[in-house]
Design a protein around this ligand. Structure first.
Ligand code: PEP
Ligand code: MN
Length: 334
């Protein structure tokens, strides 16, 4: 349920109202917008007499939220959420490019890629240390050593790092990671999501291969209900009957998610298309559709990449992408 207060309501009046809701064993979330104060109530709201609440002087309106996701709901929090990653903001008009290799392969590779993507305009460095591979015989990532190499690349470049967690038992290893990625295959690993809800880390939550937007938002809700509201959603393509591209990039997810939720939305055209030549056009389309950021796979030697070489851009191709994306952004914003 959401309760919207009239402009001019004092903090004291608001607090006494919230205490009353708390006495009904409801969880109370206060969202202070520029003009409006919205109080979100979570729990068994059948105990709340809507007519009584509406009759109070300070109340503008009261609505029941019918969607099962509350914390992530735009109705709960009308302003866009901004996630701050060591000073790099994403959401609410702030745009970021996350770039780097699919997986961390060696010190030379991650440092070379980090330096080149930074020079082209990326602010955040991606790279998998724990890799979810379809085949158990494929390269599984450098694991702990991969994380160490990412920390080293961060030290060299100042770029915060984004890397995927696959298992709840590894969570301690991620203590020094800036953004923890939950991959498509783990979007509904509810135990992992609950545990991440207890951390204070920004979480990049990727949409599952066969999941609806509402399911994605329910997964975000798992993290948020634990107290961690720093979530960045990521559209990375879904399974359809089309096989020409690796997945089908559902770009309508961008405006749809902006309508449904206040959380920032980034697009990953690399996993969505699986084809390096399609990454730039789809990145431009994603930005035109209103994405708050992009996640792009870049490799210094895609032909010899241990993972996802076919979709990885060279540093030169990435530089061209950033230039075009910036032009699109200028056109869309003005
Ligand atoms: C990745 O980002 O490296 C990755 C494995 O992506 P996804 O979970 O979207 O397949
Ligand atoms: Mn990849």
């Amino acid at each position: 349920m959401i309760v919207i207060l009239k402009e001019g309501t004092t903090v004291q009046q608001r607090e006494s109202l919230c205490d009353w809701f708390r006495s009904m064993e409801l969880e109370v979330h206060i969202s202070q917008g520029q003009y409006k104060t919205i109080i979100g109530l979570i729990g068994d709201t059948t105990k709340v007499d809507i007519n009584l609440v509406e009759s109070l002087n300070m109340i503008e309106s009261v609505k029941r939220i019918t969607e099962p996701f509350k914390n992530a709901n735009r109705k709960f929090h009308t302003d866009d959420s901004v996630v701050d990653i060591n000073g790099f903001k994403i959401g609410g008009g702030n745009f970021q490019v996350i770039a780097g290799p699919c997986s961390v392969e060696s010190r030379e590779q991650i440092i070379a890629v980090a330096e080149s993507v930074k020079a082209s305009g990326a602010n955040l460095l991606r790279g998998g240390a724990f890799k979810p591979r379809t085949s158990p015989y494929d390269f599984q990532g450098l694991k702990g050593e991969g994380l160490e190499l990412l920390f080293e690349a961060r030290k060299r470049t100042g770029m915060p790092i984004v890397t995927e967690i696959m298992n709840v038992r590894d969570i301690e290893l991620f203590e020094d990671v800036d953004v923890i990625q939950v991959g498509a295959r783990n979007m509904q690993n509810f135990d992992l999501l609950k545990e991440l809800g207890l951390t204070k880390k920004p979480i990049l939550l990727k949409r599952g291969l066969a999941n609806t937007l509402k399911e994605l938002l329910m997964s975000a809700e798992y993290v948020m209900s634990g107290g961690n509201e720093k979530i960045i959603l990521c559209e990375r393509g879904i399974r359809t009957y089309e096989t020409f591209t690796r997945n089908t990039l559902d770009l309508s997810a961008v405006p749809a998610l902006h309508e449904l939720t206040h959380l920032p939305v980034v697009v990953d055209p690399s996993h969505a298309t699986g084809l390096a030549r399609m990454v730039e056009p789809m990145a431009m389309a994603a930005v035109a559709a209103g994405a708050d950021g992009l996640m792009i796979e870049v490799h210094n030697d895609p032909q010899h990449a241990l993972c996802d070489g076919a979709q990885s851009l060279t540093p030169e191709q990435f530089e061209s992408l950033v230039k075009k994306v910036n032009k699109i952004r200028e056109a869309v914003i003005s």
